[in-house]
Design a protein around this ligand. Sequence first.
Ligand SMILES: NC(=O)c1ccc[n+]([C@@H]2O[C@H](COP(=O)([O-])OP(=O)(O)OC[C@H]3O[C@@H](n4cnc5c(N)ncnc54)[C@H](OP(=O)(O)O)[C@@H]3O)[C@@H](O)[C@H]2O)c1
Length: 298
Amino acid sequence: MAKIMEGKRLAEEIKSNVKQKVEMLGGMGIEVGLALMLVGDNLSSKQYLSATLKACKSTDITPYEYRFPESVSMNELLNTVHAINNDERIHGLLVFFPLPRRINSRKIVNSILPEKDVDGLGSIPIGKFAAEESTLQLYSKQYDPAVTQHLGFLPCTPFGVIRLLEYYNVEIKGKHAVVIGKSLAVGKPLSLMLLTKEATVTVCHRETKNLADITRQADILCAAAGRPNLITGDMVKDGVVVVDIGINVLENSHVVGDIDFDSVSKKASLITPVPGGVGPVTIAMLLENTVKSAKARI
Ligand SMILES: NC(=O)c1ccc[n+]([C@@H]2O[C@H](COP(=O)([O-])OP(=O)(O)OC[C@H]3O[C@@H](n4cnc5c(N)ncnc54)[C@H](OP(=O)(O)O)[C@@H]3O)[C@@H](O)[C@H]2O)c1
């Protein structure tokens, strides 16, 4: 039976460190502020927003909420991002996805100043990361704010996965890591990070043939497809380390991941639960990036 990788525990440690830094900055007259932009009524975005607000409260970060109806115009959103970019009280902006289809999400994300792009999903931080400049941060135990200022922030969810693997002393170098999903927010940056850590990486997506043949080869399996119970026990090998990034809200309001926990946990050596795995670490990373952004401005 697998040992559970408790994301909640790591998240609490990161948040307590964040809180200390927020207090330190408070002593210098700096209040750390995070803007949160939500459009429409997407259930999982609303859950993510309320968890983020709770985490802000526990770390004394001041949240600034920007909520818009589904009908909001592109122009209104762009104007709001520009106002946030110029607002000295705010050190980071998180935009909740998905945005309505008629809104150009990339244009919105790319209008965030890189130094306030604490979710690290703009083309500049992603490009810098892909060019391997900011991979330095993957190795820096201090996660130095000066380094971050120069290189941009690493995307929260994939970097959270790396931090969780490190927290549980999972050897990445030389292992076969299989990532399911190739989105810009999760799968693609995660595969790059695992590659930086010298894993042999296979990335799967909807067009991948014989998914099970590939997942059975994984030493480390990371699922970010958004498909409930996509991976079952017969699709993994004994001893695999499993990270379930998927968050799927079922009709009965239950939240499940992409991994069939009951069958896979019988074979895995380590596994993340959903909820309580990657989700809390993602939020903690967001707050860590926000405080780094505030520190970089001293
Ligand atoms: N835990 C957290 O903090 C956190 C943070 C962000 C996202 N999430 C969750 O992670 C999941 C993925 O998020 P995302 O933003 O990356 O979603 P996304 O943009 O919809 O991307 C999903 C990816 O999975 C692939 N995929 C879908 N069905 C598949 C299948 N049956 N077999 C193989 N690949 C499949 C897609 O392939 P194609 O590219 O071919 O379409 C795509 O690359 C969602 O459940 C989301 O809620 C969790």
